[in-house]
Design a protein around this ligand. Structure first.
Ligand code: ADP
Ligand code: MG
Ligand code: MG
Length: 335
């Protein structure tokens, strides 16, 4: 019939990488795709080695042990972004939450080097232990000098970039792949997706928005024609279960020390910058629907959002409504 079925160069090359307890899928188009995949894979392991709190040799572990020090370029970038978002979200995003994560045992899930920790901990801390540990959480006490890249943590304070690391990684992957000369790429780090460029066939990127209640059935799809990050935080991703079967998820309200009970089941952020998107997905989840919408109104030029509440109602901000294609059975409200 004369129609072309797509030449070899129009087919993407793909790679799967497992790191940060996450299955990562990289997909790239263009002539330089092998190099981009190799560089991307190296970059994931490089960042993981810097940020992993489960690895006592990582830069972040050493900073935590020493109460600070002069930080690398990666940590400098993350520190600035994390503190910015801490301030703009009234403390909903707080990297000093780490002692609380440890208390709940969530960090154990992150320690890939220790086989014992692959079994999930079923320990729910006492309210007094939570209150005691919360006294160590307060990012306003972090002293960080961006000029000299010097970090000074108060005694007992420890930080964790778990709420921002994968978005930073997806951003770095896209930046590196662009430099390598790929024409288009999609990286998927669990619920952290970032797309770049245009596919050879001109079709939009399609990113599914998971249904927090049922992993098989998506609430809808984003059809994207511009390079951007699409990053989701959900209460369904990682959790521990107590002896009664009650689930406790890993996004903590820094005001209470307990998993955030904000009425939201997931928050998806659409933003040019992956690092910002990841921090905001965690922060807006903690804030809950009303505060999240107020935050969006004040920063709508920076990002868009899709919120799914616990009754499976879907809220989509104005800038994302055209791109969002809902699935049957869900009610969508435009913000
Ligand atoms: P995921 O890890 O599934 O991508 P998030 O991006 O929302 O989900 O990050 C959750 C992680 O962020 C937690 O595992 C923990 O390391 C960290 N974290 C939890 N609560 C907060 C918070 N309020 N502020 C900053 N980081 C947090
Ligand atoms: Mg994340
Ligand atoms: Mg996040």
């Amino acid at each position: 019939c004369g129609c072309s079925l797509g030449t070899a160069s129009e087919e993407p090359k793909t790679r799967q990488v497992i790191a940060m307890t996450t299955i990562m899928n990289l997909r790239v188009y263009g002539k330089k795709s092998d190099r981009a995949l190799n560089d991307g894979e190296k970059e994931i392991h490089r960042i993981d080695a810097r940020l992993s709190v489960g690895n006592s040799d990582s830069e972040v572990s050493k900073l935590n042990a020493a109460g600070g020090g002069v930080v690398s370029g990666d940590v400098a970038t993350l520190m600035q972004k994390a503190l910015d978002i801490y301030r703009s979200t009234d403390g909903a995003f707080d990297i000093s939450i780490y002692p609380i994560m440890k208390l709940w045992g969530f960090t154990e899930v992150y320690d890939e080097s220790d086989p014992k920790t692959s079994t999930k901990v079923k320990h729910i801390p006492s309210s007094s232990a939570i209150a005691q540990t919360l006294t160590k959480v307060d990012a306003s006490k972090i002293r960080y000098d961006a000029k000299t890249k010097t970090l000074d943590l108060p005694a007992d304070m420890q930080i964790d970039f778990g709420g921002i690391a994968k978005g930073y990684t997806s951003q770095r992957l896209i930046d590196i792949m662009k430099k390598d000369g790929v024409t288009a790429a999609m990286v998927e780090l669990g619920g952290n997706v970032q797309v770049y460029g245009q596919k050879p066939d001109g079709s939009p990127w399609r990113v599914g928005i998971a249904n927090p209640k049922n992993r098989e059935k998506m609430v809808g799809t984003l059809n994207l024609t511009k390079s951007c990050a699409v990053i989701t935080s959900g209460s369904y991703e990682r959790y521990i279960t107590d002896s009664t079967g009650r689930k406790y998820h890993h996004i903590i309200d820094p005001n209470t020390g307990y998993p955030a009970e904000s009425g939201l089941a997931s928050v998806t952020i659409v933003c040019k910058d992956g690092t910002t998107a990841d921090a905001l997905s965690t922060a807006l989840f903690v804030m809950g629907k009303d505060k999240a919408i107020a935050y969006w109104r004040a920063h709508h030029q920076m990002f868009d959002a899709i919120l799914v509440d616990q009754n499976q109602r879907v809220y989509v901000t104005a800038g994302a409504i055209k791109a969002f294609q809902k699935n049957a059975g869900f009610s969508v409200r435009e913000i």
